[in-house]
Design a protein around this ligand. Structure first.
Ligand code: COA
Length: 215
């Protein structure tokens, strides 16, 4: 197996360079993920292949979305990625966080809620977790998850809020559930819920997992 050790974690920035990287490197990574592992995601390859550059960039430019990537230094290829959505003062998780993020309003909405002192907690969601098949079991996704968790934990501490960090995963995706457990997430006692996916026009059971502590 070729050495994958020469990689580093980066946060995709909101400047021109970040937008270029998103289109040149993240977009093919995301499309490959949807094509290779369609059952892992709420969205579909057929849907996203039709996205315009404007559609793609609206994700990276959303003020509540941070996308962390493990990038191979030699050619800037994205090997693994994780997105963090938040902070919001809305508890719980959406089945399709990318869609939810576009419906969340903007950061000023969020600030207005906080100015009114309505929430004693701050909510984040982890989503878009994927590692290329040839780069798996080398700790990339865990390093990215730890980076995203660290960001959410630091935000909550700085603002004196309780942290609600959560995600949804299909009940059938047992390897992802094991992965999240290894990162400190626990399955919600509410158990599975059936969720209708409008992109796939099908229902599937999903569970919510909450970050509790470092394992
Ligand atoms: C789940 C996934 C992101 C893990 O990525 P990865 O980079 O291989 O994960 P890591 O190497 O950081 O694994 C960290 C730990 O998670 C657990 N883990 C990872 N993959 C696992 C698997 N297939 N089965 C069981 N446990 C697993 C292990 O405890 C692992 O530690 P170890 O290798 O020392 O035993 C990857 O398998 C993937 O992309 N799957 C398809 C997409 C997907 O299901 N995404 C989640 C959507 S909700």
């Amino acid at each position: 197996m070729p050495s994958l050790t020469k990689w580093r974690i980066e946060l995709i920035s909101l400047n021109n360079e970040g937008c270029r990287f998103y289109l040149d490197h993240y977009k093919p990574f995301r499309l490959a993920a949807l094509e290779q592992d369609p059952d892992a995601f709420g969205s579909t390859y057929d849907r996203e292949i039709r996205f315009t550059d404007h559609d793609w960039l609206s994700r990276i430019n959303h003020p509540l979305v941070k996308t962390f990537v493990a990038v191979r230094l030699r050619d800037r290829k994205v090997l693994s990625a994780t997105s963090l959505i938040g902070p919001t003062s809305t508890p719980g998780t959406a089945s399709n966080p990318f869609q939810a993020s576009s419906e969340m309003g903007d950061a000023s909405d969020h600030d207005r809620h906080h100015d009114r002192g309505e929430a004693s907690f701050v909510s984040f969601q982890v989503t878009g977790v994927y590692t290329l098949p040839e780069a798996r079991r080398q700790g990339l996704a865990k390093t990215l998850a730890e980076t995203a968790i660290g960001e959410a934990v630091a935000y909550a501490e700085q603002h004196g809020k309780r942290l609600e960090l959560s995600l949804t995963v299909y009940t059938s995706n047992t390897s992802a559930i094991s992965f999240y457990e290894s990162c400190g997430f626990v399955v919600s006692p509410e158990g599975p819920r059936e969720s209708f996916n409008p992109h796939k026009k099908a229902s599937a059971d999903e569970i919510c997992m909450h970050y509790r502590k470092s394992p």
